[in-house]
Design a protein around this ligand. Structure first.
Ligand code: NAD
Length: 348
């Protein structure tokens, strides 16, 4: 049997083992390095806005890309109403394939991996944009992504204090409980304004399928870095438009962000900067201590590709996968039907 027919599969259980074995902060630091390396190769990649199927309650999306040697895609949903039904807002799985044969080389859960890569991307953007020496972050929205965000900002940006706010106090308590013992100084706040006190970075990571106003213009002072994670769909934003007009806006892939990001509220030609150009030194990041920088995060396929590439590399030395009999493997490649007949004869 050709070994290409057996695809390594990373279950949720094995992803947890891998993350616990290496440590979440190390994994996010490593994924950030993979993303940065791939953003340095930006022009090589196939790029397209993700393919979204919208319903009244959520969205299901496919996110493909290729660097010419490997092809990857992620299937991901976004359903803010799910948590009320005991289901997650975001779940995902993904696949990496070899371009040369088209054969898959990895199938993996990506619900946990998405939280890791989203936080890694947020912290990587902040490393380039946030004011120097920022150590306190306000975290508005304390759901599934929140602890990952806090830990990535600690590992990659040196943030050591987070100020939590969520409309549901139980979510903030859960986040504080999960961060206990990490060394991060956690404060639960009663209002968004209280959470912003003394914070040089603010992360908005809420889920609501509407044009929400998580931050109003008066809440955002000079010199702040905003990491806006939750606005990632048409009609689903978190920031008041006036904040955008005062900010230097940084995005992943403009054709996708103009559809899905905070900037859907602005004219189609409103100037934005691309993060890959900041990382490669082609454009400036933060221009002054007083500038308001905004990472209008929506999540782009290349970040998932980087995360898949990272997991694929880890499996070269770590045992956290199982073989999946996923690709039909007839002895004669053109005798697919004969393979069925032989199986029937064997079963009889
Ligand atoms: P979640 O449902 O687990 O958590 C969302 C939290 O936001 C909940 O605790 C909820 O109570 C809180 N919330 C809702 N409205 C609020 C408000 N007005 N003020 C304060 N808190 C409020 O969702 P999650 O998995 O943590 O995802 C959060 C958001 O991030 C979602 O919108 C998701 O689509 C988005 N997301 C973006 C990316 C990206 O790459 N940009 C990746 C993953 C998830």
């Amino acid at each position: 049997m050709n070994t290409l027919n057996i695809v390594p599969f990373v279950s949720v259980d094995n992803m947890m083992k891998l993350v616990l074995h290496l440590g979440a902060e190390r994994v996010m630091t490593d994924i950030a390095a993979y993303i940065e390396a791939d953003f340095h190769r930006w022009e090589l990649f196939d790029k397209t806005p993700r393919v979204a199927s919208h319903s009244d309650v959520g969205v299901i999306e496919l996110m493909p890309t290729s660097d010419g040697e490997m092809y990857g895609f992620k299937y991901v949903n976004g359903h803010p109403k799910n948590t009320k039904e005991g289901l997650q807002t975001v779940t995902a799985f993904g696949l990496l394939a070899e371009v040369d044969t088209g054969y898959p080389i990895l199938l993996t859960e990506m619900t946990i991996l998405t939280a890791l890569r989203t936080a890694a991307m947020s912290a990587l953007a902040a490393k380039h944009l946030a004011p120097k020496g920022a150590t306190t972050m306000a975290m508005i929205g304390n759901g599934a992504q929140s602890e990952f965000q806090a830990l990535a900002f600690r590992a990659i940006c040196g943030v050591n204090a987070v100020r939590l706010y969520d409309i549901d106090p139980a979510a903030s308590k859960k986040c504080a409980r999960n961060l206990a013992g990490t060394g991060i100084d956690v404060t639960i706040c009663k209002t968004r304004e209280e959470a912003m006190e003394g914070a040089a970075i603010v992360t908005t990571c809420t889920a609501d399928k509407q044009n929400a106003t998580i931050l109003t213009d008066n809440m955002v002072g000079a010199g702040i870095h905003i990491n806006a994670v939750g606005g990632d769909c048409p009609g689903k934003t978190e920031l008041h438009r006036d904040i955008l007009l005062r900010s230097d806006i940084f995005v992943e892939y403009p054709p996708q962000t103009r559809i899905e990001g905070e900037i859907q509220q602005l004219a189609a030609d409103h100037p934005v900067k691309e993060l890959w150009q900041v990382m490669t030194g082609r454009t400036t990041g933060r221009e002054s201590a007083n500038a308001i920088t905004l990472f209008d995060s929506v999540g782009f396929a290349i970040e998932d590709f980087s995360a898949l590439r990272y997991i694929h590399d880890q499996l070269k030395t770590l045992p956290f996968s199982e073989p999946l009999d996923m690709i039909a493997d007839p002895d004669d490649p053109r005798d697919l039907f004969g393979m069925l007949l032989r199986a029937k004869a064997k079963a009889a």
